[in-house]
Design a protein around this ligand. Structure first.
Ligand SMILES: Cc1cc2nc3c(=O)[nH]c(=O)nc-3n(C[C@H](O)[C@H](O)[C@H](O)COP(=O)(O)O)c2cc1C
Length: 529
């Protein structure tokens, strides 16, 4: 085993929560001292984007057949809409003197470690260059002016993480959460692009060092120590039918010849605790240039949705449920099956996923019409079925219960109590219609390279984003669950070693609203300005 893989596996083991102790985090948190959720660069030209909030009449159900959606013209307005629907604010919440914003993409603890950059060729109203997106202001900060014009139609989104912003609250486990958030951000970007009739190509072969160079986040003198960004992914936005590829070396030469401006403002928090293990794992999991994965995805229709809402409505109303109605009438079976069919790698959403699917669902059904409460499994690729059967509890029945889905019943019985206990005693895992663990083919993938650790977490976050939007579309609500007792989950499912590891949990049900919390519009502050 190479040294990097060893470092990553040690990190994974070290940051497991157990029933006896949580992974190492800060002993106390000063809420007044939260890191700024919105990064700004001083000394840059600011490009304000058109006022967010406009509607498109594309229905959420149309996203099942994205090729049939007519493509929006590439302009500053459509780029603004792309950024808003993927990463923009969706609301403000107020409770007493506390006020906080929510975004279209979720984030563990609402800390939003993900930063977003745009690389664009010249357009009417936008000079060619590299820009940082500020979701609060719905504006672009121009970091680099590119004098050699980029190929016409070049449009890329780069994403990175400020690990410390997440570690401030979650300590050593935060690196995992940053990767989940990247997966959610990719999912959010795919839905936003599809709503505009565009596609995304995740440029999976790109090296982290190249992404860092393109986004200017390797210009370390322009960032405060501990507040630097780690590169994650680059996505090409495919506008219209032409299929122009994008050469990374040409882009690198363009930014090398460009002129950079700006310096990251301090995130204003006091760095009381340091988590060196995060720097170690981030370094070990650094991604080099890689070859394209040699596998073929097949597309198949998903089961129909009953949703009549527009895609923009569903995207902007996405929230995490804080509490569920534990006495809800059961979820209709057709809704349950639709939600599950939408996370299969054959669904339209996953056509943009560049790696073979290696994450499978183990589902705790609590309240679904026509299904006995119990444990079910949805292997997301056929080859995994045999391995999952062999690697899990011998007593599991593995009885196929649907013609439409690879859904297997494993065990009958009320599993609300242990679903809750396993998810750090959170009632959201038991009061829902169902909750689930996302189980990765961990050992096999980790044997390939250390950076694949991140790719597995990205896959779980991407699945999570589909679940969030599908539950809204079905009239329910979801919540990502990053807090769970890793090895207790493995024990329950019968996993004996690290062949399989549960990397993320999720829950979906009828939400209970807290009437004391007021909801305010996302961008009213831009009108007042
Ligand atoms: C990776 C991840 C892990 C999360 N873990 C939990 C959790 O364990 N418990 C919980 O109540 N919420 C959890 N959440 C929900 C976040 O707290 C929520 O996304 C955040 O507060 C922003 O709110 P919003 O999703 O309504 O925009 C998680 C979200 C993500 C993306």
């Amino acid at each position: 085993m190479n040294k990097e893989i060893e470092v990553v596996l040690n990190y994974h083991h070290l940051t497991k929560h157990t029933l006896a102790r949580y992974a190492k985090g800060p002993e106390s948190i000063d809420w007044e001292d939260q890191p700024d959720h919105f990064r700004h660069f001083s000394g840059c030209e600011i490009v304000s984007l058109p006022m967010p909030g406009s509607e498109l009449n594309v229905l959420f159900s149309d996203l099942d057949k994205p090729d049939a959606i007519s493509s929006q013209i590439l302009s500053v307005t459509s780029i603004g809409l792309l950024l808003e629907l993927a990463f923009g604010l969706s609301a403000w919440k107020q409770y007493g003197p506390s006020r906080w914003s929510l975004r279209c993409n979720p984030s563990s603890g609402n800390l939003h470690p993900t930063e977003v950059y745009l690389i664009s060729a010249e357009l009417d109203g936008l000079k060619a260059g590299v820009y940082h997106y500020v979701s609060h202001d719905h504006a672009l900060e121009k970091r680099c002016s590119v004098s050699d014009n980029l190929n016409e139609g070049t449009l890329l989104i780069g994403i990175s993480s400020i690990h410390w912003r997440e570690a401030w609250k979650y300590g050593e486990r935060a690196f995992r959460y940053c990767q989940h958030d990247i997966g959610h951000a990719l999912g959010a970007l795919r839905y936003a692009a599809a709503t505009l009739g565009w596609g995304i190509e995740i440029m999976a072969e790109t090296a982290d060092a190249d992404i860092a160079h393109l986004l200017g986040i390797d210009r370390l003198a322009e960032f405060k120590v501990f507040e630097q960004e780690s590169p994650d992914l680059l996505c090409r936005i495919k506008v219209g039918i032409e299929n122009k590829s994008c050469d990374i070396d040409d882009l690198l030469s363009a930014v090398d010849a460009g002129s950079w401006t700006g310096k990251a403002d301090s995130l204003k928090a006091y760095h009381m605790y340091k988590w060196p293990v995060i720097d170690e794992v981030a370094l070990a999991a650094y991604k080099p240039r890689t070859l394209k994965d040699d596998w073929q995805t097949i597309s198949a229709p998903v089961l129909p949705t009953t949703c009549q809402q527009t895609a923009t409505t569903v995207i902007r109303q996405r929230r995490s449920a804080q509490q569920f109605d534990g006495k809800m009438s059961p979820m209709a079976q057709a809704e349950f099956y639709r939600i599950l069919s939408a996370v299969l790698p054959t669904a339209a959403t996953f056509q943009s996923w560049p790696w073979q699917s290696k994450v499978h669902l183990f589902i705790f059904v609590h309240r679904v019409e026509g299904l006995e409460p119990g444990i079910y499994a949805l292997p997301r690729n056929h080859e995994a079925l045999k391995k999952l059967k062999a690697g899990s509890l011998d007593e599991f029945a593995w009885q196929l219960i649907s013609d439409a889905l690879p859904l297997y019943q494993l065990h009958n019985g009320d599993c609300r109590q242990f679903a809750k206990t396993l998810s750090c005693h959170q009632p959201i895992a038991s009061d829902s219609a169902f909750s689930l663990g996302m189980v990765a083919e961990f050992r096999e993938v980790m044997n390939v390279a250390a950076w694949q650790y991140r790719r597995l977490f990205w896959e779980t976050g991407f699945i999570g984003q589909v679940l969030y939007l599908e539950s809204e579309a079905a009239g329910y609500r979801g919540t990502g669950i990053g807090c769970y007792f890793d090895d207790s989950v493995h024990e329950l499912l019968g996993f004996k070693d690290n062949q399989f590891q549960s990397l993320y949990h999720f829950t979906i049900g009828k939400p209970l609203e807290d009437s004391r919390i007021e909801t305010l519009p996302a961008y009213e502050h831009l009108r007042i300005k």
